[in-house]
Structure formats: structure tokens, C-alpha cells
Write a protein that binds this ligand. Sequence first.
Ligand SMILES: [Zn+2]
Length: 178
Amino acid sequence: MEVKIIRSRKRRRTVSAKMVNDCLVVSAPSSLSESYLTEIVSGFKLKFEKKRLKDELNKNQPLSEVAGLLNEKYFNNQLKINSIEYVSGQNSKYGCCNYRTGHIRVSHKVGLMPAWVRDYVLIHEMAHLLEPNHSKAFWDIVYRYKLSERARGFLMATGFNMEQEEGGGNESSDCGNC
Ligand SMILES: [Zn+2]
């Protein structure tokens, strides 16, 4: 990623960044030290990379299409999904589902995993539309998908927080448990 830094004497404190035609343009106060700025810029770069990846995933493999197929195959088409998309802000959770509004968000990292793992994550989140908690009834639905166990192992190995998946089953929060 190309980076252009504009130092300004007028700027006092804040550093800002935006993408202009594939170039990351960073505006910074002229008084800011070089090393501090380098640190900030690499943070910005990471953030914009993630966003770009997420946008590409949403464009190239729209989750609504996959979810439509899974809804047919595993849920008798009974689910009403309002929106389902990749997001880039989620770090420890692979997905979340707001069962009240029918909005599902999936970490962009899942988009880089094998399709059978992605499908597990989708089925997991979609099952929350029927069962908000990680109850037995919930897992009965999820395990209609034969690769669930393997996919959970895969996710565990990649460092996603699975404790929340196992535990905290009593909270029916909108996006808390996955
Ligand atoms: Zn869950």
C-alpha cells in the first residue's frame, strides 16, 4: 500500500488518514516524532487493509447467497435473515447474530478459511435465529451440519475464543455469545 504523509504546522494533535485511489494519505502535525508517526501509520495501514479485504469478500462471495443455500438445506427455508455480511472490526469472535433484528455479522477472517469452516460459522449464527442461547436444542440444530465438530476444532486452532461458545449459554444478548 502506497503511503503519503502530509505534515502540517497548523495541525496540533490529531493524525488522520484516508484512502485516495489506493494511496493512504496521512495528515499529521509537523511536531510529531518520526517513530511515533511510523507506529500510527502502520496501525492505519492494518485497518485499511482489513477494510479492503472485507469489502472484497462482500463483493466476491456475498454471504447472503451462501446463507440462502444453507437456509434451504438445513433450515427448511424457515429463517428470516435481514442482513448477513463480513465485518472487519471483530477480532476474537468469528461471528455474531442479533436474533431480534435478524442481522448476522461474520469476521472477515472467516472469509479466508476453507468454505466448510465458513459454512459452519454461518450455520452457527443462523441457528441463533431459532435458539438465542447455546442450549442443547441449539447444538442439535448446528450438528445437522456434519462437519461442525471438525470446524470447531479448526476455529479453536486459529485462536478464536471458543470459551464463550461453550459457556455463557444463559445470556440471550444480541451479539454476545458466539
Ligand atoms: Zn453462538
